[in-house]
Design a binder for this molecule. Structure first.
Ligand code: UDP
Length: 236
């Protein structure tokens, strides 16, 4: 499958049209941004690692009954995906308090909560991705009631599947961000990526951070951390 013209360039990926009107090619970059685009840099090898990790985890989710946009991996950095219209929401699932939630609620990072928390943010860079609730989502017509219920159901199922899977390789799933899309036939599917850019992964034993927080917080060692996650998941 050949890349035709570029239809979109995001912070971490480029998207290209293909001869198949229902399929796009995603091309993962090494570019990294944080603080709503204020901090920019590169993490060497990140594109290759995130492509492989995302496809590995999406295949696992498909087997667990969650539909995704994945068609097939084409190369180190490129994957063929179903063309979707992205629902303009960042769906955040949190098992342990960290990042903006710890700050907002005055919790210690790493604090366990009584149950999983689901949050929605409106995907809009100019507004800084503001948090919204179900009323805002329906009032703004970001998706329908039925679609939102399905998105919440899939998000919680994804959390169950990933938490159990990652535990086997000594990774604790602290929190993560998902995006969903609508296919040509109107089905809701998981889109975007699932990688150390979009998840907080802590070593279960040492609590060492194995994710983008190393870049966000200028801790260093992000390349090795991403490689470590790839190795634990795919043995590479
Ligand atoms: N996240 C993301 N993209 C964003 C915002 C958050 O992938 O634009 C992920 C982030 O990696 C973390 C989770 O969503 O796993 C929760 O992030 P949080 O709201 O705590 O924001 P942050 O502290 O990352 O700014």
């Amino acid at each position: 499958m050949q890349k035709l013209e570029q239809v979109y360039e995001g912070k971490a990926k480029k998207v290209f049209r293909t001869e198949d009107p229902e399929a796009y090619i995603v091309d993962y970059k090494d570019d990294a941004t944080a603080l709503n685009g204020l901090k920019k840099g590169t993490i060497r090898g990140k594109g290759v690692i995130n492509n492989r990790i995302t496809n590995h985890l999406m295949s696992l989710l498909e087997k667990g009954g969650v539909p995704t946009h994945l068609i097939r991996e084409l190369s180190d950095r490129e994957t063929l995906v179903k063309k979707v219209e992205i629902v303009p929401l960042e769906v955040i699932v949190r098992n342990i308090a960290a990042g903006s939630l710890a700050k907002r609620l005055g919790l210690e990072e790493g604090a366990r909560m009584k149950r999983t928390v689901l949050e929605y943010c409106y995907k809009n860079d100019a507004l800084g991705d503001p948090m919204v609730n179900e009323y805002h989502i329906l009032a703004m017509d970001f998706c329908t009631r039925e679609e939102l219920d399905l998105i919440a159901k899939y998000a919680l199922r994804i959390n169950e599947l990933l938490t159990a899977y990652l535990r086997e390789v000594r990774i604790e799933l602290i929190d993560f961000k998902l995006e969903f899309g609508r296919t040509g036939s109107g089905a809701i599917v998981l889109a975007d990526e699932i990688s150390p850019d979009t998840c907080r992964f802590w070593d279960s034993v040492t609590h060492e951070k194995l994710d983008k927080d190393r870049f966000r917080r200028d801790m260093g060692g992000e390349e090795d951390a991403y490689k470590e996650v790839l190795k634990r998941l795919l043995g590479e």
